[in-house]
Design a protein around this ligand. Structure first.
Ligand SMILES: Cc1cc2nc3c(=O)[nH]c(=O)nc-3n(C[C@H](O)[C@H](O)[C@H](O)COP(=O)(O)OP(=O)(O)OC[C@H]3O[C@@H](n4cnc5c(N)ncnc54)[C@H](O)[C@@H]3O)c2cc1C
Length: 444
C-alpha cells in the first residue's frame, strides 16, 4: 500500500512529486506524458518555483526570456518578458526532473480510481504494454488536468471560450518576441523567433467558430484579418506550417477538491482564463502549497480538517481573484465594448462568491503554514487580504494584539523586547493595525 499516489504527468503532478521528495515525503506518480503540442508562455514566477524545486532539466529548456509587447485598448506597451515553451518538451523535461528527484514513476494511463475493500484508494491503470495494473493508496493527489474525472459538480463554471492556435513560417526575422492584441471578436497571443517561425493563438467565442461552420483554419484566418498591430510585426509572408488546432477553455472551480484522503491540484482543482497566462504558475504554486497539507494529513491526522480547510480556502480564493482580475482586464479594453465577446467577458459577476470575506478587517483564527505543517493561528482577514495576514515586518500580529490586550498599549520598544523584535518593526505593525481600526477593537 502506498501512502500517497499522484495521478497525472503534467506540471502539477511533476512539481508536487518533486516538492514532496524535497521534503522527504515519499510518493508514487502514475501518469501518461503529454503528446499534444502547445506553445505556452511562462512568467518569471514559474521560473522561481522551478529554481526553488531544483528542476534543472526544465530550467535548461527555457533559454532567454522573450520580449513582450501588448496592444490593448489602442495602446502599445512593452512589458516584462516571458519564457516560451513547447509543452511536450517542457513536460518531458519535468518528468526527467521527477526521476532525478528519486520519485517512483509508472508511465501509464489511469483507467479508474475507486475505493478498495478497506476504504482506501485503488488505482487501475494500463502500462505502456497495455497490461492492466492495480496500485493501492491511502491518499490520492489528482493532477490529471481539466479532464480529471469529477467527484462532485463544479462549484463555479465561467464562460466557455475557444482557443485556436496555428504555427507559421516566413515571419519577419527578429529577436524572440511575444505579442498580445485585442480584436473585435476576442484577442490573440503570438510569438515569433529569429528563424521567422511564428505561433499565433486566437481566443474567441464558441459562436464565432460555429458561425464559420466549425472550421478552425477559417476562424483563425478571419481573426488574423482583424489584427492591426501584429501583422506589422510579423510581416505579410506567413505560411501555415500545419492546420489550426482548437482547444476549449472554461474557467471552472471543481467541487470536492479537498478531502482527508484526496486532493486536486493544478487544472484538476480549477482552471483560469488563459488571458491571465497563469495556468503553469497555478500548477506550480498549488503543488508547493499542497506539501504542508499532505504532511499534516499523513502525520497529524487530528489536524486533518484544518489542513483541508487551508487548501480548500486557498483554491477558492485564488480562483475567484484570478477570474475577477481577468474580467477587469477585459473591461479595460473599451474599443469593442459592444461586441458580444467583450460584453460577455467584462460583465460583472451576478453575485459575490459565497465564501467572500465580510467587509472591513478582523482578527480571525485561520489555518496557516508553520514549520511544514498546517496549524491554526490568529491572523487579520479583510477583503483586501481574504486569506489573511499573519506578519507585518516579521511581527506576528496575533501575538502583538494579545500582548497589547493583556498589558495595554506600550512603547514599541517595550513591546519589541517582549516579542524579541526591533521596536521600529513593532511600530510599523502597530500602525498597520491602527490603520485598520483593529487596536481600538481590543479596547486600547
Ligand atoms: C488555450 C490555452 C492556452 C494556455 N496558455 C497558457 C500560457 O500561455 N501560460 C500558462 O501558464 N498556462 C496556459 N494555459 C494553462 C496551462 O496549460 C494549464 O494551466 C497547465 O497545463 C495545468 O497543468 P496541470 O499539470 O494541472 O494539467 P495538465 O498540463 O493538463 O496535465 C495533466 C497531465 O495528466 C495526464 N493525464 C490526463 N489523463 C490521464 C490519465 N487518465 N492517466 C494518466 N495520465 C493522464 C496528461 O497526459 C498530462 O500529463 C493555457 C491553457 C489553454 C487551454
Amino acid at each position: 500500500m502506498n501512502q500517497l499516489v499522484i495521478l497525472g504527468a503534467g506540471p502539477a503532478a511533476c512539481l508536487l512529486a518533486i516538492a514532496l521528495a524535497r521534503h522527504g515525503v515519499p510518493a508514487r506518480l502514475i501518469g501518461r506524458a503529454r503528446t499534444t503540442h502547445a506553445v505556452e508562455g511562462l512568467s518569471q514566477r514559474v521560473v522561481e518555483a522551478l529554481k526553488q524545486l531544483g528542476c534543472r532539466e526544465a530550467l535548461s529548456l527555457l533559454g532567454p526570456r522573450w520580449h513582450r509587447v501588448s496592444s490593448w485598448n489602442a495602446q502599445e506597451v512593452e512589458m516584462n518578458g516571458e519564457f516560451v515553451v513547447d509543452r511536450v518538451a517542457f513536460d518531458a523535461a519535468l518528468l526527467r526532473d521527477v526521476s532525478a528527484a528519486g520519485v517512483e514513476r509508472d508511465a501509464g494511463l489511469v483507467r479508474e480510481l475507486a475505493r478498495d475493500e478497506g476504504g482506501g484508494w485503488c488505482v487501475r491503470w494500463e502500462d505502456e504494454a497495455g497490461v492492466l495494473r492495480r496500485t493501492d493508496a491511502v491518499i490520492v493527489a489528482e493532477c490529471r488536468g481539466h479532464t480529471a474525472p469529477k467527484l462532485a459538480p463544479d462549484r463555479h463554471a465561467g464562460n466557455t471560450l475557444v482557443s485556436i492556435s496555428r504555427t507559421f513560417e516566413g515571419a519577419r526575422r527578429q529577436p524572440r518576441t511575444t505579442f498580445i492584441e485585442s480584436l473585435p471578436s476576442g484577442w490573440a497571443w503570438g510569438g515569433v523567433d529569429p528563424q521567422g517561425r511564428a505561433h499565433i493563438q486566437v481566443v474567441t467565442l464558441p459562436d464565432t467558430v460555429t458561425a464559420s461552420g466549425g472550421k478552425p483554419d477559417a476562424v483563425h484566418a478571419a481573426a488574423l484579418e482583424q489584427l492591426s498591430r501584429m501583422p506589422l510585426r510579423f510581416g505579410t509572408r506567413l505560411r501555415p506550417a500545419g492546420p489550426a488546432r482548437a482547444r476549449g477553455i472554461q474557467p471552472a472551480l471543481r467541487g470536492a477538491a479537498v478531502r482527508a484522503d484526496y486532493l486536486r491540484i493544478g487544472d484538476a482543482a480549477y482552471t483560469c482564463d488563459p488571458l491571465s497566462g497563469h495556468g503553469l504558475f497555478e500548477a506550480a504554486s498549488g503543488a508547493i502549497a499542497a506539501v504542508p497539507v499532505i504532511n499534516t494529513l499523513l502525520h497529524r491526522p487530528a489536524q486533518a480538517l484544518l489542513a483541508q480547510r487551508y487548501l480548500s480556502e486557498r483554491i477558492s480564493s485564488v480562483f475567484f481573484s484570478r477570474i475577477e482580475a481577468a474580467r477587469q482586464h477585459y473591461a479595460t479594453e473599451t474599443h469593442w465594448a459592444d461586441e458580444p465577446f467583450w460584453r460577455r467577458q467584462s460583465a460583472p459577476p451576478a453575485s459575490a462568491p459565497a465564501d467572500a470575506p465580510a467587509p472591513g478587517a478582523v482578527f480571525s483564527e485561520r489555518p496557516v503554514v508553520e514549520n511544514g505543517f498546517i496549524v491554526e493561528r490568529r491572523v487579520v482577514v479583510s477583503d483586501e487580504y481574504p486569506r489573511g495576514v499573519r506578519f507585518i515586518d516579521g511581527i506576528d500580529l496575533g501575538r502583538l494584539d494579545a500582548l497589547i490586550h493583556a498589558g495595554g498599549m506600550q512603547a514599541p520598544a517595550d513591546l519589541g523586547r517582549q516579542l524579541s523584535a526591533p521596536g521600529e518593526a513593532v511600530g510599523r505593525a502597530v500602525g498597520w493595525l491602527q490603520a485598520r481600526a483593529l487596536l481600538s477593537r481590543t479596547g486600547h
